[in-house]
Write a protein that binds this ligand. Structure first.
Ligand SMILES: [Zn+2]
Length: 132
């Protein structure tokens, strides 16, 4: 374990212990500036690197999202770490997981980018269920 990993783990232990009692869930439209709630407010969003990757994905911007995270002092919401699934796309009455898929290699990832295997750009693939 590197020193950096250790610090991250220690921070998470503190944050995650505190997090459960004041998590917030918000719905709105994803914009480049944050989440636009139905009353027109823009809520800044932050999170871990894969989460920020999704927030910056132009294919996801403009969609209705439901996010769960921890409010921070500056008014931003820190979305749950990507493996805890604090981010969904809402379509009709469905809550969809945001995933990315490489057709060639059948590899699924959770943040936009190139496929680890063939280096092709992965496709946005909204899923009702995650099949592990
Ligand atoms: Zn591939």
């Amino acid at each position: 374990m590197t020193r950096r990993d250790f610090t991250a783990a220690a921070l998470c232990a503190t944050a995650c212990l505190r997090a459960d009692d004041h998590l917030r869930t918000l719905k709105g439209t994803l914009t480049p500036d944050g989440l636009r709630t139905p009353d027109g407010q823009i809520v800044k969003l932050t999170g871990d690197a894969p989460t920020i990757g999704v927030l910056n994905d132009k294919r996801v911007q403009g969609m209705q999202l439901e996010i769960t995270g921890e409010p921070s002092a500056n008014g931003a919401i820190r979305i749950l770490p990507i493996h805890k699934q604090g981010m969904f796309v809402l379509k009709g009455d469905k809550k969809l997981f945001v995933t990315y898929w490489c057709d060639v290699c059948s590899i699924r990832t959770y943040t936009p980018g190139v496929c680890l295997c063939c280096q092709d750009e992965t496709q946005l693939d909204l899923r009702e269920k995650l099949d592990f």
